[in-house]
Structures are given as structure tokens and as C-alpha cells.
Design a protein. Structure first.
Length: 932
């Protein structure tokens, strides 16, 4: 061991310099976000950026490379996040040192250089080093004697330290097929004092054993085969070397410490935490887990953000969010209440920025992102944690009493779990990631139903329709928008109620762009083609509710240079917040610009017509079908309306006609709509129709339609927040297009109004005119003419059937002239195309008229191509052992069918027409066999 401990930075540089001296090209680390590899969440090994070279799909200007690769692992059985911080060796972010040969040097050089670096340059004791080599336990792949031999030749290497292991430890494969080969691992015996299992009786320290005495330092992979399939391997024309050395581990060895967190890769970060808490050394030792979590996670978050990952709700962004929040919570446990992670991240940038300049370049972004995420989390953390802790305490209590009861009954009970629903609610409402909930539950000695959590998350995703729009969960949105809302309220740009919403009277509104939100992040400006959410102080765009779809339209700047956003949807992401979801069509919108938002008027009018018509339909259904026909669902779109209602059976055409006529009578009556706001109870007392399961506030909007202005009782009276026409006459025309069933006891009517109805009428007229022209008659005479034509057609069909029968008998008569003899008996087999069973029987009569003694089996194919068979045996032959029923059965069975009948006449059917000919040929041998 060297006396003076080398720094981590020096060790990394030593490694690279050593291989550069051996003719390697230094290749900078690739991003943590793998380029072009959709299968991988994060870069997790040094070879990721060279994968294409091994697969032969890419070439590099060098054939020897060395690097230190940034890696990230957060899942998988060896890197459960749960473990990170609780021991000395697990990390989320880590560095991997490696050297590569692409079809250049091979085992001899790789092993010699590894030996030289470890023992000469770094001075590790030769006697403590072991090397494992591959020996196939299945005996299919040759033992790697080449590597073993190379090891035995290293100066000072103990030849007994070559150990052989099988496929699990010493054979590397990229996938089920593709490049693969044996590996050789270098292990270091750190001495008995490093064994963590000395107290366990029967424990033996060994390489690849279960204690911490032998450390795997370096894995040398020799890619020499291509796997075609299991078990076939073919040798590769170009052989490669791929090595990987865990950086944190080699540093802990060379700095002679028993924990990665005691290396100078982490000590400055942990010192910083101690400085912030003011902990004594003893307190720091007692809070080892929070210190390690903060050290690991702040380092990982710093590197992630430098590579363009931002805290968010899905994929990599979620990982970034989750580690920041997990670190923040552990900080809270040791008394760090203010945002503090940026201060630790600052140390990461200082310590690692020399080798990874992207950290320095992105310093501001890194620090800001981390602090913002911490603040966002803090706002909900306290209420979320309080809620979680009460829930857990209650669970624990219930479990303890259950345990006591069970103990009396001498049974065992499984550990109580926090349900997936509860964990999800904590995430959706308070932004508590599952990983944090699990951490806290663990402190209560409880488990979390993780499968249940995933299930609940999936359900929510489906229910909210997220994934199609912005792919974001309610949880994140709520926070971003709540934050925006309070900022804008502080600035006096939004009132206490938030965005002013009036979709009833103002369809064009001018205002300042208060915020733009892209991918759940507030941004200053948006680019051409980008999807963005626009926040204005007020809006007249309707937000989808009560079955009525959202308005669309445009937002256009009034200042130069101009820009335009096409509004495609509306969203209410948080209380008091309403945003226009749109796409930039022209220019570059910026926060602070003044713009005019215009609802697409034509589309809106179509929607209003359909909505008021829906109310008329609802009233008419009750009047025609009865008061049970209440609304069960509704869609009000610009091009159609759809109305589901309770009714036990199909609506008859007569009822449908009456309903449609009734609605149109109300339209022609041109009644004015009376729209009021009043207390909910008053409206219900007056008989307004409220929908079951719908939530109403204490003041409601009512829509009343009456036939006569003085009439007290309106025929339609509903609670409704939708947009409506002024007078029913505005609807124009109402046409039912479809009636059907959606579920037991629920019927559905679809209809069109206004422009949609006019277009439908136009299309029908056009079709009718075309039909009339083709029939050379007037539209009014089309039904009569079509009736005549149908009659002619069926007459023609009858005629064709007769012709076919005649053709069959002509063909049969021709065949009757040359009936072959079998054992002195006339045996006729024939297929008569186009004949039905009656015709076949008729033909057998003709056969019997012509021949006094004989056997006939006649076949044809039915319309659906199934064989039909009729067999006839003359009376005299029935006495000689022939039976028509048995014969026809014998034939039909070969066609997958069956049948039977009298000794003289029988009929059968089959399934397989393709074997008909063959089956008929079996008649003659059958007759021969059975004739006595
Ligand atoms: Zn041991
Ligand atoms: Zn309505």
C-alpha cells in the first residue's frame, strides 16, 4: 500500500493515462441518457456506447479505447433503491473505468496490463490477487485455458490463485443471441478483518463467497463467440476485449477505507451536510443513513440534470424527482428544513467538474432545478407525511391487536401492509413518491403493496386520459399550477378566485399571457410547432363538462411581431386555474405579450344547438316513454349528440318517430330559454332535473324551456352548466340517426341538428336522386319501381333454378347410357352440379326406371359447399345383402358426415367436399364386398 493516499481524481486519471500510454484513445463518457437505445432507461455500463461496434453495425476511427463512464442504476435485484444509503456499497450513480479492444489485442495483453496497473502502478500486494476463469459446468463451451495460462505467466502471480467458475460468474452475454464470451474477474483478498461473517459458524471466506473479505475489482470480458441460438455458438472473426472496473470500489481499496462513503468521492459532500446540520461527529455517525442518502442522491441528481434530465413524473424525470425528494426527506429527519441540496450539489460540481465539464457548464440549471424541486416538495411534504404517519400508526395499532389475538389462537399472521390505493393517493395528492412512502413505512416496520400501487396508478392514468394529452399525472400538474397561481396572485395579476371564467357571454377576450406551460414546466416562450398551455387572466372557452366537449379556437397576439396559437383543448389542472391547450402555428409567443383569444364560433354554435336539443330530447323521451327514461350519460359534440337513458327495451320505430316529431315541434315553437342562477335546494324543490352522481355546488344554473311564456310549468327544466341557444328555433332541425343498446337497461340515441341535420338531409336527397336517375323514374316513384324490380328478380331466380335442374337431368341421362357393371350389377356413381336433394331423388327414380337391377349413388354440393348424397338400391339387390342406408353411411362417413334410410333409398350429408370424388369411388368395392 502506498503511504500517501491518492485522491479519487488521481486514481481516475492514472487509469486513463496508463491505457493511453498503451495506445488507447481516451473517449469521453457518454450521457447518462443513452442515445438511440430505447430499451435502456439509463446508461448502466461502459460498453453501452460501444454496443454498435460489438454488434458490427458501427466502426470507430480507433481500435483501442479507454474511458470513465457515468452510470446510473435504480432498479433490478442488485440495486434496489431501498438499499442505497443503508449500506456502504450501493449507489444510484457510479463511475465505471474501462479499456476496450475492437478486434485488436486480446487476452494476453489485457491480462498483462491489468496486472501491471494493479501491482506496479497502484502497488496492490501480488499475493492478495486472485483471478477467476471460465469453465463450463455443462461441458459445451471450451474451458478458457488461454486466459488461465496468461494469468499464470504474470510475474509474481501465485499460479494457485487461478480459480475456475461456470456460466453465472464467468460467461458474458449481451442478450439471448449475439456477441458473447468468457470473462476473467480479478478479486482482491482484503484480509480477515474485512470479513463481515466471522461470527457465523461454519463460514468460510472465499472468492465469489458470501462475505465482504474478497472484493471483485475488475471484470475482463473476452468477446470471441456469436450466439446463434441456445446451444449454438460460432467463433467471431474479430475478437474484442471489454473491461469494467467499479471506480468507487477501487478508490475505497487504494484509500484503504471500509466504505465507499469514506473515500474522498463522498467525504466533502458528507462534510457539507454536517456543516449544515451542525452535527457533532458522533451525531453524524448516528445518522449514517441520512448522510449517505443525501451524499449519493445529490451526486446522482447533479449528474442527471447536467445530462438534461429534469424532475418530473415519468421515466427518467421521475427518477430525478424521486431521488431529490428522498434526499430532502432524509434531510428533514436530521433537522434540515430549508432547501439545502443545492449546497451539496455545489460541492459535487466542484469535485467532479474538472473531469466532467458538463457539470460546470450547467451549474445554474442544476442548482435551480434541485432547489425548485425541493421547494415544490416541501410545500406538500408536511401535510403528506402527517397523513402517511397517521395512516401507518393506525395500521400498526390494528396489526398489533390482531397479532395479540392471533398469538392466543397460536396462528401466524402476515405483516400488515399499506394498501396500493393509499400509497397512490399520497402520491397523487401530496406528491409523495412510492419510494419515500416505502422508506417511511419501513420505519414503522410495515410494508407497502407495491403491485397495488402500480395498479392504482394505471387505473388513474386510464381514468384521467393522461398519456394522450400531456402524459402527466394530476399530482405534478397540481403543484406546478398551484405555484403559478400563488405567484400571479401575489403579483396582483390574478384575483383570489383565479382565472375568470365566462363561457356564456364572452367568446372573445383580450388579455396578457400570464404563463406558458410546456411538458409540465413553466416556460418563458414557446417555439413554432410546440404544444403548450396558455394561461390568460380570463377566458370564454368552455372547459369540457356535463358531456359537452371543450371549445377550440385561436389565440393571436395583437403586438408585433405577431404569433398565433391554435387552441385544441381546454384544461382545469388545479382549482382556479384554466388553461388553453394549443399548438404554436406562427411566431414565438412570450409571457407578457397581449393577445386576443377567440372561440371558434361556428363550432361553438353547433355545440349549443346539440346541447339544447339534448334537453328537448330528454323531455320528449320522458313524455313518450315514461318518467323512467332518465339521462344515464351524454355527449354533446359539434357534429352530433349522443344520449343514454334508462329504458328496459328497444324503442320502437313508431316511438322514435313520435320522439323526433316532438322535438321538432318544440324547435318550430321557437321557445326562449330561461337561464337562472339559484340555490340548489330551491331548484330541486321546483322540480329541476338533477343527475344522480353529479356534484353540484350550493348555487346552480338552471335551464328552463316552456311552450308559453306565461306558463308556470316548463316542459324541460334541468340543472346545467352548458352553453345553449337563445331560442329553440336556433336548432333548425333535429334528426335521430341511430337507436341501440349500450348496457342492460340502458338505450342510446344518436342525433344531429342544425348544419349536421342539413348535411344529412342533403346526403339522403342526393342518394335518392341518384337512385331515381338509375331507375329512370322520379324520386317519388323509386319505392314502386324498386318493388317491381325485386319481383322480376325473384322470378328470374326461379327460372334459373329450373334451368339448373334441367341441365342436371340432361347430364344424368347422358351418364345413364354408360353405367359400368360390378359383379354383374349396374353401379352408377355421379355428381350432378346444381341439383338439390329432391332432384337427386328424382334422378334415382329415373335410374330405377331404366335398370331393373342396380345401385346408384348420386351427389351434389349444397350452396354452402357441403356434399349431399342419395343412394338407391333396386328391390332385388336388397335380398342379396345390399342396403342403401348402409351404403350411403359408408360414403358419408368418409366426408365427415352421416345419414341413413330405407334399404332401397337413403340420404346423407357430409362436410368435406374435397374428398367427394374419392368417396364415390369407394362405392364399387363396397358393392363387390357386400353382394351375396
Ligand atoms: Zn468471510
Ligand atoms: Zn345540459
Amino acid at each position: 500500500m502506498p503511504i500517501e493516499k491518492p485522491s479519487g481524481a488521481k486514481i481516475r486519471q492514472d487509469f486513463i493515462d496508463f491505457f493511453v500510454d498503451k495506445g488507447h484513445t481516451f473517449v469521453p463518457s457518454s450521457s447518462l441518457v443513452p442515445g438511440g437505445d430505447q430499451t435502456l432507461l439509463f446508461t448502466n455500463a461502459g460498453m453501452v456506447q460501444f454496443k454498435d461496434v460489438f454488434l458490427g453495425t458501427d466502426k470507430r476511427p480507433y481500435n483501442r479505447a479507454t474511458n470513465s463512464q457515468k452510470c446510473m442504476r435504480v432498479a433490478g435485484k442488485h440495486n434496489d433503491l431501498d438499499e442505497v444509503g443503508r449500506d456502504d456499497t450501493h449507489h444510484t450513480f457510479f463511475e465505471m473505468l474501462g479499456n476496450w479492444s475492437f478486434g485488436d489485442y486480446y487476452k494476453k495483453e489485457a491480462i498483462a496490463w491489468a496486472w501491471e496497473l494493479l501491482t506496479d502502478v497502484w502497488g496492490l500486494p501480488k499475493e492478495d490477487i486472485y483471478a477467476t476463469c471460465f469453465k463450463d459446468e455443462l461441458g459445451e463451451i471450451p474451458t478458457d485455458e488461454e486466459a488461465a495460462q496468461a494469468w499464470r505467466q504474470q510475474p509474481g502471480f501465485n499460479p494457485n490463485h487461478v480459480l475456475f467458475f461456470g456460466r453465472k460468474d464467468n460467461f458474458w452475454e449481451m442478450a439471448d443471441v449475439g456477441p458473447c464470451g468468457p470473462s476473467s474477474e480479478i478479486h482482491l483478498d482484503r484480509g480477515l478483518q474485512y470479513c463481515n461473517m466471522q461470527d457465523v459458524t461454519g463460514h468460510v471466506c472465499q472468492v465469489n463467497g458470501d462475505c465482504t473479505r474478497y472484493l471483485e475489482l475488475w471484470n475482463l470480458v473476452f468477446i470471441q463467440y456469436n450466439r446463434l441460438n441456445e446451444p449454438r455458438l460460432e467463433p467471431l472473426p474479430a475478437r474484442h476485449v471489454d473491461t469494467g472496473m467499479g471506480f468507487e470500489r477501487i478508490v475505497s481499496v487504494l484509500q484503504d477505507v471500509d466504505s465507499n462513503y469514506k473515500t474522498d468521492l463522498f467525504t466533502p459532500l458528507l462534510d457539507k451536510v454536517q456543516e449544515l446540520t451542525g452535527d457533532s461527529d458522533q451525531a453524524r455517525q448516528e445518522h449514517l443513513t441520512p448522510y449517505r442518502v443525501i451524499g449519493d442522491h445529490s451526486r446522482a441528481a447533479t449528474f442527471l440534470i447536467a445530462d438534461g434530465v429534469v424532475p418530473g413524473n415519468t421515466g427518467r424525470n421521475y427518477v430525478c424527482r424521486m431521488i431529490i425528494r428522498r434526499a430532502a426527506r432524509f434531510g428533514g429527519k436530521i433537522g434540515l428544513k430549508e432547501p439545502f441540496l443545492a449546497k451539496v450539489a455545489q460541492c459535487v460540481i466542484e469535485d467532479y467538474g474538472e473531469f466532467y465539464p458538463e457539470l460546470k457548464r450547467n451549474r445554474e440549471t442544476i442548482l435551480n432545478s434541485i432547489t425548485r424541486e425541493e421547494e415544490r416538495f416541501q410545500r406538500t411534504l408536511e401535510s403528506g407525511l402527517a397523513k402517511l404517519e397517521t395512516t401507518l400508526a393506525r395500521l400498526k395499532e390494528a396489526a398489533t391487536s390482531a397479532q395479540q389475538q392471533v398469538e392466543q389462537a397460536a396462528e401466524s399472521v402476515s405483516r400488515p401492509r399499506l394498501s396500493g390505493e393509499q400509497a397512490f393517493e399520497l402520491y397523487a395528492t401530496y406528491g409523495l413518491p412510492l419510494e419515500i412512502t416505502r422508506d417511511v413505512a419501513r420505519e414503522y416496520d410495515l410494508e407497502v403493496d407495491e403491485a397495488g400501487f402500480q395498479h392504482a396508478m394505471e387505473e388513474h392514468r386510464l381514468a384521467s386520459g393522461a398519456g394522450q394529452a400531456f402524459g402527466s399525472l394530476g399530482g405534478e400538474d397540481v403543484e406546478v399550477y398551484r405555484e403559478l397561481l400563488s405567484e400571479l396572485q401575489d403579483q396582483g395579476k390574478l384575483g383570489s378566485e383565479g382565472v375568470y371564467y365566462d363561457p356564456y357571454t364572452q367568446l372573445e377576450v383580450e388579455g396578457e399571457v400570464l404563463a406558458l406551460v410546456r411538458d409540465g414546466q413553466s416556460v418563458h416562450s414557446a417555439q413554432l410547432g410546440e404544444r403548450v398551455e396558455v394561461l390568460l387572466p380570463e377566458t370564454g372557452f368552455y372547459v369540457a363538462s356535463g358531456g359537452q366537449v371543450a371549445d377550440t379556437g385561436s389565440i393571436v397576439s395583437i403586438s408585433e411581431p405577431g404569433w398565433e396559437i391554435e387552441v385544441v383543448d381546454m384544461r382545469k389542472p388545479a382549482a382556479g386555474m384554466i388553461v388553453h391547450v394549443g399548438e404554436v402555428r406562427r411566431g414565438e409567443p412570450q409571457v407578457g405579450d397581449t393577445a386576443i383569444a377567440r372561440v371558434d364560433l361556428q363550432r361553438r354554435r353547433d355545440i349549443m344547438r346539440n346541447h339544447t336539443a339534448t334537453h328537448l330530447l330528454h323531455a320528449e323521451l320522458q313524455s313518450v316513454l315514461g318518467s323512467h327514461a332518465r339521462q344515464a350519460g351524454s355527449l354533446v359534440a359539434p357534429d352530433r349528440l349522443r344520449f343514454d337513458f334508462n329504458h328496459p327495451k328497444a324503442v320502437t320505430p313508431e316511438e322514435l318517430r313520435r320522439i323526433e316529431a316532438g322535438v321538432n315541434r318544440h324547435i318550430l315553437g321557437n321557445y326562449a330559454l330561461k337561464i337562472n342562477f339559484k340555490p340548489l335546494q330551491e331548484a330541486i324543490d321546483e322540480g329541476a332535473m338533477a343527475l344522480f352522481g353529479e356534484k353540484y355546488s350550493t348555487t346552480v344554473r338552471t335551464i328552463a324551456i316552456a311552450e308559453d311564456r306565461t306558463q308556470v310549468e316548463p316542459f324541460s327544466y334541468e340543472l346545467c352548466g352548458g352553453t345553449h341557444v337563445n331560442e329553440t328555433g336556433d336548432i333548425g332541425l333535429f334528426l335521430i340517426t341511430n337507436e341501440g343498446s349500450t348496457a342492460a337497461g340502458i338505450r342510446r340515441i344518436e342525433a344531429v341538428t342544425g348544419r349536421g341535420a342539413y348535411e344529412l338531409v342533403q346526403r339522403r336527397f342526393q342518394a335518392l336522386d341518384q337512385a331515381a336517375a338509375a331507375l329512370t323514374t322520379t324520386p317519388e316513384n323509386v319505392p314502386g319501381k324498386v318493388g317491381d324490380l325485386l319481383e322480376e328478380l325473384s322470378e328470374a331466380h326461379r327460372h334459373i333454378a329450373n334451368l339448373r335442374r334441367e341441365m342436371a337431368s340432361v347430364e344424368f341421362i347422358r351418364q345413364l347410357d354408360s353405367v359400368p357393371m360390378v359383379a354383374g350389377v349396374q353401379v352408377l356413381t355421379a355428381t350432378l352440379s346444381g341439383a338439390n336433394a329432391d332432384t337427386l331423388r328424382e334422378m334415382t327414380d329415373r335410374f330405377r326406371q331404366r335398370y331393373e337391377s342396380g345401385v346408384a349413388v348420386l351427389a351434389s354440393l349444397s350452396d354452402d359447399n357441403r356434399p349431399i348424397l342419395v343412394a338407391a338400391v333396386t328391390e332385388d339387390l336388397t335380398k342379396r345383402g345390399l342396403h342403401a342406408g348402409k351404403l350411403v353411411k359408408h360414403v358419408a362417413e368418409q366426408l365427415g358426415g352421416g345419414g341413413g334410410g330405407r334399404p332401397t333409398l337413403a340420404q346423407a350429408g357430409g362436410k368435406d367436399a374435397s374428398r367427394l370424388e374419392q368417396a364415390l369411388e369407394s362405392v364399387k368395392p363396397w358393392v363387390q364386398d357386400h353382394l351375396e
